[in-house]
Design a protein around this ligand. Structure first.
Ligand SMILES: Cc1cc2nc3c(=O)[nH]c(=O)nc-3n(C[C@H](O)[C@H](O)[C@H](O)COP(=O)(O)O)c2cc1C
Length: 384
């Protein structure tokens, strides 16, 4: 529940205590895949990019980062499962910390949203199911060509603990790299969401069928990383109403509440709070029930009121919408994606209510270390 004493007084520039972390404002860098970590290793360009977006007391979430060598589904996304990757991440984290900001690493396994070219030995991507993503979605190969997704290999029941263990080790690696915590990507149709959603999960074992069973993989991952690095350093991202990559569910609100109920229970059991719950707004629904488009605020509020902890929302927020959501107590933190890509000094621009640079979609996922990445102008550069 929102702290009623703060309603009406809170805005994007109100400080916030997120467990052990003291944030000086609420403008969060959303996790944004940028495909600049050549061959899975963070490059100097990432140091510059994250440093540009750091402010004292600001909070940043990294781009989706692979916990294992089966996790990637896009070219040049970073990993955090080798010593070399950990060493290079240290440089990013040090630069962010030098500016006084706090940074979590997002752990992202794409599951079936991959292709043999990204898999060890050219193997099949793994998933909760043997069903491929439908033909309306395409995988982009390293040479830029678009293809139908291949058939994945549904994980055997006995293999699932190994994947949980990969998350645990990646979380420990993140701490070794100096990260302040990790965010588990359980949204947007990727591996964990492939277990959560009944439109994908067709398993007949203890990980399929009932809500209890579909939530099991996520909760086991959360439990494992919480035991490894501590509750306050662990966050979860979900998108119950988003049907990206066929991740539809017959009851998005029921699913969201089921996840939240289990996270609340876990918090009670361990006696401390997770860092935050990050929910993507339903407005990106492509084929799901239209009532979520019309009643997005009610959907988000229901989840917010059910979750006993810090609530972050993402998706389509402007400065004004962020102010409104905070002022009404609907969120504690707002994460900004596209506008943070094109405005390295987004926090200052919001503070001054200055105009924003427009983002260039064509360079979102290209691999140049500068173009469309670290070359968006700062306010002071524009006025010169
Ligand atoms: C280029 C791009 C890459 C993204 N990569 C990720 C990602 O790695 N992990 C994730 O959870 N969300 C990812 N997202 C979703 C964003 O975190 C964010 O929720 C989305 O952009 C909506 O917020 P916005 O309207 O402020 O852009 C990505 C979005 C964009 C545009």
């Amino acid at each position: 529940m929102a702290d009623s004493s703060s309603i009406g007084l809170t805005d994007l520039f109100s400080p916030y205590k997120m467990g052990k972390f003291n944030l000086s404002h609420r403008v969060v860098l959303a996790p944004l895949t940028r495909c600049r970590a050549l061959n899975g290793v963070p490059q100097p360009a990432l140091v510059e990019y994250y440093s540009q977006r750091s402010t004292p007391g600001g909070f940043l979430i990294t781009e989706g980062t692979s916990p294992s060598d089966t996790s990637a589904g896009y070219a040049h996304v970073p990993g955090i499962y080798t010593d070399e990757q950990v060493e290079e991440w240290k440089k990013v984290v040090d630069a962010v910390h030098a500016k006084g900001a706090i940074i979590f690493c997002q752990l992202w396994h794409v599951g079936r949203a991959s292709h043999g070219v990204f898999q060890p030995g050219g193997g099949s991507p793994i998933s909760s199911t043997n069903k491929p993503i439908s033909e309306r979605w395409k995988v982009v190969l390293p040479d830029g060509s678009h293809h139908t997704y291949p058939q994945p290999r549904g994980l055997e029941t006995h293999e699932i603990p190994q994947i949980v263990e990969q998350y645990r080790r990646a979380a420990l690696n993140a701490i070794r790299a100096g990260f302040d915590g990790i965010e588990i990507h359980a949204a947007h149709g990727y591996l964990i969401d492939q277990f959560l959603k009944d439109g994908i999960n067709d398993r007949t074992d203890e990980y399929g069928g009932s809500l209890e069973n579909r939530c099991k993989f996520l909760i086991q991952v959360v439990q494992a990383v919480v035991e490894a690095i501590g509750t306050e350093r662990v966050a979860i991202r979900i998108s119950p109403a988003i049907d990206f990559q066929d991740a539809a569910d017959s009851d998005p609100i029921g699913l969201g509440l089921a996840v939240i109920e289990r996270l609340n229970k876990l918090q009670h059991n361990v006696g401390s709070k997770l860092a935050y719950l990050h929910v993507t707004q339903p407005r990106f629904v492509l084929q799901g029930p239209v009532e979520f488009d019309q009643d997005e605020a009610r959907f988000m509020r229901t989840l917010r009121n059910a979750y006993e902890g810090t609530f972050m929302a993402s998706g389509g927020f402007t400065r004004e919408l962020g102010m409104e959501a905070l002022g009404s107590g609907d969120v504690d933190l707002v994460s900004y994606g596209r506008s943070f890509i094109s405005n390295p000094d987004l926090v200052l621009r919001f503070k001054l209510n200055a105009p924003l640079n427009k983002y260039i979609r064509e360079t979102f996922y290209t691999h140049d270390p500068v173009v469309g990445y670290t070359d968006y102008p700062f306010l002071n550069e524009q006025s010169m």
